[in-house]
Design a protein around this ligand. Sequence first.
Ligand code: UT7
Length: 363
Amino acid sequence: MFSTPDRPPSSFVPPPSPPSDRASVLCGLAGWLPARAVTNEELSQRLDTSDTWIRTRTGISRRHFAEPGQATSDLAVEAGHRALRSAGTADVDAVVVATTTPDRSCPATAPLVAGRLGLTGAAAFDISAVCTGFVYGLASATSLITAGMADRVLLIGADTYSTIVDPDDRTNAIIFGDGAGAVVLRAGRADEPGAVGHFDLGSDGTGEELIMVAAGGSRQRSTPGEVDPQDRYFAMRGKEVYRHAVTRMTASARATLKLADCEVDDVDRLVPHQANLRILRSVVDDLGLPAERLVTNIDAVGNTGAASIPLALADAAAQHTIEPGERVLLTAFGGGLTWGSCLLTWPALSQTDPHDTGGTHAP
Ligand code: UT7
């Protein structure tokens, strides 16, 4: 903003700002599950539980576990590759990975994933918001695009909870599964199908202790001999989390509808974080939404953390449960505590079935 004699201050031209109707538009979608499906019966053989208890208390029949040696980035690369193919592009400006189970505590997983997808040079960072990670990632990717800092972003939600859940903890071992889901967002117009609309995001850190892995961070380092081995595992106070999940997702969904000046009846599909089928049904009831508008795939995949919303979207799109033009409300709740929701109109997409795990991508 310097003036020179031949350029008076009034002639200053600000850098081009993005057009006010510039929006982030969903243009690619994919899910990917590791091949190993683990049924309730299999878990019942080594844990004091039963298929009936798990199905009636959670709605889950099976989940997928990564093989030993298979890391979150391996799942993320598979989903990311398929999402890029679905979007018909090999190039993005940024790669965002939402995860609670990064390959390592340092560095982030996203640069590694970007590199393996042939996207070296793209901005790459992780989002840590536990099961709300995908919605936080969607907000971050959307902000990059609407601010004019990126034209295309690959967002991946990927988690391998089997690597942090105590296999002998019957309460958590039955809920969580591994998987990855990814979307590609591109710059477009706010009135296009796929335009990602209003967001509600929030947190309450006073509930930190309800969901945590106590050791391994700067608070309680994993120095051999100094850490209770149990503190390296994921811990959750299930009943309290359950209550928060219902009230926070319901309130966040309502707040988003209010921002968008919409009524509950305007929502064609609700795609919540797949925490527990009873939680999802309570949210639908509390919102006053007809039960058939709930999108759920928890029966087949369990709770897959940051992967759960994009995996549910990929499943629903593959089965035509979600159709182009429908108004879709996403809502999530997770550790932190964190929550978030987002509204969008469903676009026409080409994508693959996440349950088709035959053939992996080896860049
Ligand atoms: O994704 C982020 C957010 N996460 C969530 O939203 C998950 C929220 N929480 C939940 O989904 C549920 O609280 C759980 C599925 C984790 C647990 O279900 P619950 O209905 O809340 O069970 P509970 O922990 O209150 O336990 C009830 C009973 C207990 O026995 P007693 O004390 O009544 O005799 C447990 O020991 O069920 C017992 N139990 C089991 N029994 C058979 C707990 N886990 C099992 C099991 N099999 N796997």
